[in-house]
Design a protein around this ligand. Sequence first.
Ligand SMILES: Nc1ncnc2c1ncn2[C@@H]1O[C@H](COP(=O)(O)OP(=O)(O)OP(=O)(O)O)[C@@H](O)[C@H]1O
Ligand SMILES: [Mg+2]
Length: 487
Amino acid sequence: MNGFFNLLQNPLRSTPARMVAPDPLDAPLLWLGKNDPWTIRNACEGTAIFGATGSGKTSGSGQALAKAFLSAGFGGLVLCAKPDEAELWRRYCQQTNRSDSLIIFGPQQPYRFNFLNYEFTRPGAGAGLTENLVRLFTTIMQVAERQRGHNSAQDFWERTTKQLLRNCIDLVAIARGRLLLQEIYDVIVTAPSTPEEVGSEAWQQSSLCWRCIREGEARPKSPRQANDFAHAVKYWLREIPALSSKTRSIIVTSLTSMMDIFLRGTLRELFCTTTNIVPELTHEGAVLVLDLPVKEYAEIGQFSQTMMKFIWQRASERRDVRRHPRPAFLWCDEAQFFTTATDADFQSTARGARVATVYLSQNVGAYHSQLGQAETHSVMGNLQTKFFHANGDPMTNNWAAELFSKSWQFRGSAGTSTSEGMTGRQSVSKNFGASDSLDFEVLPQQFTSLRKGGPEHGYCVEAITFQGGRIWHATNKNHLKVGFSQR
Ligand SMILES: Nc1ncnc2c1ncn2[C@@H]1O[C@H](COP(=O)(O)OP(=O)(O)OP(=O)(O)O)[C@@H](O)[C@H]1O
Ligand SMILES: [Mg+2]
């Protein structure tokens, strides 16, 4: 009995060492130095790659990481900034024998993903549905508006927009038993604009908002739906008509202008018709490349890929990693286009979800301009491995140098001075000195002289690597210069 109790208190004590299986997360993906593995666990703690244009982000560290993920059998989601990105991933997949896993999602391809239908019908949807969709729409709006600076007025608009969305989604979902973006849009634009209009027959006959209220009243509802529906009806018939027309039009247009682009052309076809792929495929090994490059499709590419990233992140958080243990990666080149405030949140749980995020961007300023300073630091602080390629940007170089921190450096000096006295005789004096000073471990200017690949650098790309809390064996320091072959 005593022995059994002891075992409960310290189960490992009686386990022979040889029976402790190695944690699969500790498997090396890359060797950054002879004794410096970069493991799946390290990858799942997130990576940020910085470097000027042509410094070798894509063909250096990017290529090495991408191929390591593919060779290890990861699935993944790839967001595209440049038009040649899908082709690049096609090549990576060929070179790592993963062509069978590749799914290119784009206008010329047969794949479709009706995001509202997916959210509405996926297992486990229900209690969280409305809030999840509200967060999804507001995330896209954040990208659309990129309102910087936090003030109470902004809070007001954010709150009221979320309120409108919440009430609209509840009304349509309960009344129609499905969610179509076109109907969400139509309910918003046919809402009553004055208290008098609510009683007007002309409005009632032409308004989808009114029709949904009537249909919802007639439908059988669970107690929770009955409560949410009654709340939504009060909102549409009392609150909305009582708002000043200016306030209402700001809320309405900020939403409809974002929805509008999903309701026409390429995005409607891809995201609002049928569904023949789902994000969960990446958890089974699919490499899903969103071929809607921002450089070609501008905001259409930005909104749709940010939306897919959000949905994919939520799907990855929901995944049961015991049943689906295969790690997956999230790849964003020119990541500033796709980063949102919710990324820091996601990143803090990414290791549990076995997601290896890689963000590539030229400099910190690019993130600042999209996210603001505080959010940039929050997102970057959660990406543990950082590769710094050649860069001439002082802000990034100083930030990187600060990251590597300072240490006491010993400086010796020696000199000779000559002086001529009043008598015209020269005297020579020699001096020797030594001092300690607190200096950068890696000087900001060291980032300007790293090798950038191409024939002039022997096809070698260099980066200085940092990983939160890690001392590299090769240097016994927190910085490590790593060379990557472009070939
Ligand atoms: N496979 C390759 N073989 C040889 N040289 C290459 C290869 N790929 C790129 N280069 C060259 O190496 C340099 C680095 O290119 P790379 O595209 O990796 O830079 P980058 O940092 O990703 O730039 P950007 O910010 O423009 O995306 C460039 O001069 C490029 O022309
Ligand atoms: Mg690149």
